[in-house]
Design a binder for this molecule. Sequence first.
Ligand SMILES: NC(=O)c1ccc[n+]([C@@H]2O[C@H](COP(=O)([O-])OP(=O)(O)OC[C@H]3O[C@@H](n4cnc5c(N)ncnc54)[C@H](O)[C@@H]3O)[C@@H](O)[C@H]2O)c1
Length: 252
Amino acid sequence: MSDKAFAGQVGIITGGSSGLGKGIVERLASEGLTAVIFDTNRDLTTRVEAEMKEKGYAVDSAVVDISDEESVSRGFEYVRTKYARLDVLVNSAGITGPTADVITNVTRPDFDRVFAINVRGSFLVTKYAVNEMKKRNYGRVMLIASVSGKEGNATAAAYSASKAAVIGLAKAVGKEYADTGITINSIAPATVETPLVLNSSPDYVQRQVNRIPMLRMGKIEEVAAAIRYAVSPEASFHTGFCFDVSGGRSTY
Ligand SMILES: NC(=O)c1ccc[n+]([C@@H]2O[C@H](COP(=O)([O-])OP(=O)(O)OC[C@H]3O[C@@H](n4cnc5c(N)ncnc54)[C@H](O)[C@@H]3O)[C@@H](O)[C@H]2O)c1
């Protein structure tokens, strides 16, 4: 029998083709997880899947838009039919939307788009994952929120509000399933150098880094290591919690 923590387990990592999601796929797959990437970016996903397979990892993928229930339903059906189990869900798909404008310049379509992906997407993948996990009375759900959801980042109102909603979602659903083997948590990273951050307003990014007491961005590997613990079988007494990876920025 393998001594790898995730041997025999199957997990879905949304947004697994880039940034934090890709780092999480690599970390969990290196410890035995069969990792299924759900992402909208077909080309990138094909490349990442091939890269991971070359390293000897069991990685699979499906093109899924987490904001679209039909697409989410098809993605979960694919996993159910092929693997007949689901142990882990990490929801890393997300967008920032506007990061350089005060609220009077934020349009309703921009606001709605951020909520459709970050909030409706988190709701849908959590709902479908828990429905699968219930069958075996075991599961680990991790929703990536952000420190902006705790503190509020000026010029990123839609993003901050959406991430506060993600934290609230995990708190509520964690309690709903607290008497089962399924845990549901969120995590609030401070700024980490990924394509999402490189595409944000430089002034916005600098302001956020200045607020981190460690005076640096986090690393993808640091976030992946925290999540690796929180979705492992040994993390059995945490639910409805928001984990911290903020270099000292978050005080609660
Ligand atoms: N990088 C940071 O500093 C930071 C800090 C705190 C929180 N976060 C959060 O971490 C998560 C990952 O961020 P990242 O920096 O890795 O971003 P990223 O842009 O590098 O990766 C996001 C991935 O999600 C995919 N995606 C976007 N919309 C999707 C959808 N509707 N359905 C499926 N896939 C979709 C993209 O194709 C991409 O592969 C996000 O939720 C983000 O808000 C990031």
